[in-house]
Design a protein around this ligand. Structure first.
Ligand SMILES: *[C@@H]1O[C@H](CO)[C@@H](O)[C@H](O)[C@H]1NC(C)=O
Ligand SMILES: *[C@@H]1O[C@H](CO)[C@@H](O)[C@H](O)[C@H]1NC(C)=O
Ligand SMILES: *[C@@H]1O[C@H](CO)[C@@H](O)[C@H](O)[C@H]1NC(C)=O
Ligand SMILES: *[C@@H]1O[C@H](CO)[C@@H](O)[C@H](O)[C@H]1NC(C)=O
Length: 294
């Protein structure tokens, strides 16, 4: 006897809430039947968690002379949200004036809609009375949590469980890592799929000619906001000996170039008695490497 005469609408407030409600039409039901109808066709009967929700329903639902059942019921002498089985805190109880009355058996709650007095407020009633059902449907949409989180239904709302590397109410924001600096004698360039120095940014390091990269050449920004390795260093290939003291008379340095580079200049220099190097620092220059064709 319950036709699926439902209307749907959805409303979005501040881009955060995504409520979708449905209601039965022309098939007044007892409280438990109303709840079953909601659970069969939608998610559950609405349980009015805040004022905005009640006022929104008051504007959206058509007038019904016997009003609408909601998902609040007296359980073990306590007014309870039936979807969560949690007692309704006193400050969340939205009773009409002089309600709830203590008449025996008035253990179910209706919502006054488009009533001259106390509209959008609650009244306790006998559960066997006949009223329309007001249900909520899934709030999650594909956009709810961007592409970076799982949407979970909450009453009249949703929450996002973000994937590693993302945060924010909608999981839109990627975790940030500290910006990296060039090593001495080196440079780096990065690819940023999720914004500058954000989760999954990847940076590759290079050293100037003749310098050797020590460490890992490619770093990735991880979900915990840390790069997966320290910044590598570029080490010039130089071997010095200091017979008297560091870089003083008779200190001698020998230079090498990496494979594929040729040393231009003196490969060994010495600090002379005037405090000058016997020659300038040599350079390593790129060289075509010819591979034996045989
Ligand atoms: C809906 O969820 C968002 C984010 O989880 C929260 O900020 C907002 O207050 C919720 N709205 C309601 C009506 O519960
Ligand atoms: C992050 O990188 C991993 C590994 O490369 C990849 O599987 C994943 O799709 C990336 N995710 C995002 C959101 O960039
Ligand atoms: C540096 O010089 C010292 C002394 O001449 C020598 O023992 C050592 O092997 C050299 N190191 C390299 C990397 O050439
Ligand atoms: C400095 O080096 C020169 C040449 O290698 C050597 O003859 C001289 O004895 C050295 N002097 C000292 C104080 O080490």
């Amino acid at each position: 006897r319950c036709q699926l005469e439902s209307c749907r609408t959805s409303s979005s407030l501040g881009g955060v809430q995504a409520w979708t409600y449905a209601y039965s039409k022309g098939s007044n039901l007892q409280w438990h039947e109303a709840r079953q109808w909601c659970q069969k066709h939608f998610v559950d009967m609405v349980s009015i968690k805040n004022k905005e929700e009640a006022e929104y329903l008051d504007s959206f639902l058509p007038h019904n002379p016997t009003y609408y059942w909601i998902g609040v019921q007296k359980v073990a002498a306590k007014w309870t949200w039936v979807d969560t089985s949690k007692p309704v805190p006193v400050e969340a109880q939205r009773w009409a004036s002089e309600e709830p009355d203590s008449l025996a058996g008035q253990d179910c709650v209706e919502l006054y809609i488009k009533r001259a007095k106390d509209s959008a407020r609650w009244n306790n009633e006998k559960c066997s009375k006949l009223k329309e059902a007001v249900c909520y449907t899934a709030s999650c949409t594909q956009e709810s949590c961007s592409a970076h989180g799982e949407c979970e239904e909450a009453v009249g709302n949703f929450t996002c469980k973000c994937h590693p590397g993302f945060l924010g109410l909608h999981c839109k924001e990627a975790v940030a890592c500290k910006a990296l600096t060039d090593p001495r004698q080196g440079s780096h360039h990065c690819v940023h799929p999720n914004g500058p120095n954000r989760f999954n940014s990847s940076c590759r390091f290079h050293c100037e000619l003749g310098f050797r990269l020590v460490g890992v050449s490619q770093l990735a920004c991880q979900g915990d906001g840390q790069w997966n390795h320290p910044v590598p260093q570029c080490e010039g290939i130089m071997n010095c000996s200091h017979p008297i003291s560091t870089f003083s008379y008779n200190s001698t340095c020998e230079f090498f170039c990496d494979d594929g580079y040729e040393l231009a200049g003196q490969n060994q220099i010495r600090c002379d008695h005037t405090g000058q190097w016997t020659a300038g620092t040599p350079a390593c220059s790129g060289n075509m490497v010819c591979v034996d064709p045989l």
